[in-house]
Design a protein around this ligand. Structure first.
Ligand SMILES: Cc1ncc(C[n+]2csc(CCOP(=O)(O)OP(=O)(O)O)c2C)c(N)n1
Ligand code: SF4
Length: 329
């Protein structure tokens, strides 16, 4: 029997998601916190990509930024401090078909989670990683983080930070198997969206550092960049970002940069003033760990039991005869 046209239209409409389908709890972030802009960009991306909420997972560690999964109406895992990456890797290994996002702060990723971060880059599992870099520990009220600039006063550095800041972009670009590195700032929403969208569409570990304002503890930190568009270096390329005419009218300081060129990417990444914004590096050829390992194969209870038995047999000391192998059947 033919389906009436009106029913077809209703069905199509039902299958398309709108912004509300991704909006979870009301954010508790301070007003003016850059995390709000990141959340808006990500929800827009989910809507535009029509991601099925039940097949999308946001994983985080601990921190203000790590509250992100609560504000998404998808699956989520608000993990433990610094451990977002291994949790996300486990999810991806078990269910490579899911869209996996990681939200992590500069303390969460670059301090307590640094070892996991380095290995996650090398594993190159297909996930979109958003580093909310506000240069400070926000949740625990203003301690210095590894990305705090030298001289920054905080509760743990009352006379000013004495070490040069760690640069998350150059670190990521220095690890084997790096496949995607980009940088955005929370106060240019259209570029923020374009960068996160590029990252999401990349097959592999997409690392996006977003310079994020924390008006509560560092209200003046990014003021010079907010007031002077010339202090932003826009990276443009046919394989990277193509800014709109409106954006180009404001951000005239532009540089053509091919994201395939890792040497230039490293050089650009080491500059912090002007802040480079755009796609620094992308190599779609790097293999993903979950593909190399054939993750996500259908496994029955019998498969799992047989695998466990085989593992246990390797280390079993059989009491009679001091055998270490089961008696042949
Ligand atoms: C094992 C452990 N150590 C320390 C803490 C305390 N702690 C919670 S969040 C945090 C830092 C958060 O800073 P960041 O990752 O930069 O996120 P932000 O709050 O700035 O978004 C710390 C030290 C903890 N929860 N667990
Ligand atoms: S303390 Fe800073 S990082 Fe945390 S919610 Fe407030 S503005 Fe955002």
């Amino acid at each position: 029997m033919a389906i009436p046209v009106t029913q077809c239209i209703i069905k199509l409409h039902e299958e398309h998601h709108n912004l509300e389908d991704y909006q979870g709890g009301v954010p508790r972030w301070c007003s003016g916190c850059g995390d709000n802009a990141i959340l808006a960009a990500v929800q827009r991306l989910c809507r535009d990509e029509d991601l099925a909420p039940e097949r999308t997972v946001f994983v985080s560690g601990i921190g203000c930024s790590s509250r992100f999964p609560h504000y998404m109406k998808t699956y989520g895992f608000h993990g433990i401090h610094g451990r977002a990456f291994p949790i996300a890797e486990g999810v991806k290994m078990a269910r490579p078909d899911l869209s996996v996002f990681v939200n992590t702060g500069d303390g969460d990723c670059c301090s307590i989670g640094a070892a996991h971060w380095i290995h996650a880059i090398r594993y190159n599992m297909n996930m979109t990683v958003i580093l909310h870099d506000n240069h400070v520990y926000g949740l625990t009220k203003k301690q210095a983080s590894p990305t705090s600039p030298m001289g920054m006063k905080s509760n743990t550095t009352p006379r000013g930070a004495v070490l040069e800041a760690l640069n998350p972009l150059t670190v990521t670009l220095g690890v084997q198997n790096v496949s995607f590195v980009a940088q955005g700032v929370d106060w240019i929403p259209d570029l923020l969206y374009d960068i996160i969208a590029k990252a999401y569409r990349h097959r592999g570990f997409s690392f996006v550092r977003i310079i994020q304002r924390c008006p509560e503890f560092l209200p003046k930190m990014f003021e010079p960049w907010l007031h002077d568009p010339g202090k932003t270096l826009l990276l443009t390329h046919a394989n990277g970002l193509t800014p709109s005419a409106e954006t180009s009218r404001i951000y005239k300081n532009q540089r053509e940069h091919d994201p395939l060129d890792i040497h230039k990417a490293r050089e650009i990444a080491s500059g912090e003033d002007p802040i480079p914004v755009g796609i620094l590096y992308q190599n779609p050829e790097v293999p993903c760990y979950e593909e190399v390992r054939g993750a996500g194969q259908p496994r029955t209870a019998e498969h799992i039991r047989a695998g466990l038995e085989a593992e246990f047999d390797k280390v079993t000391i059989w009491p009679e005869e001091g055998r270490t192998q089961p008696r042949a059947a």
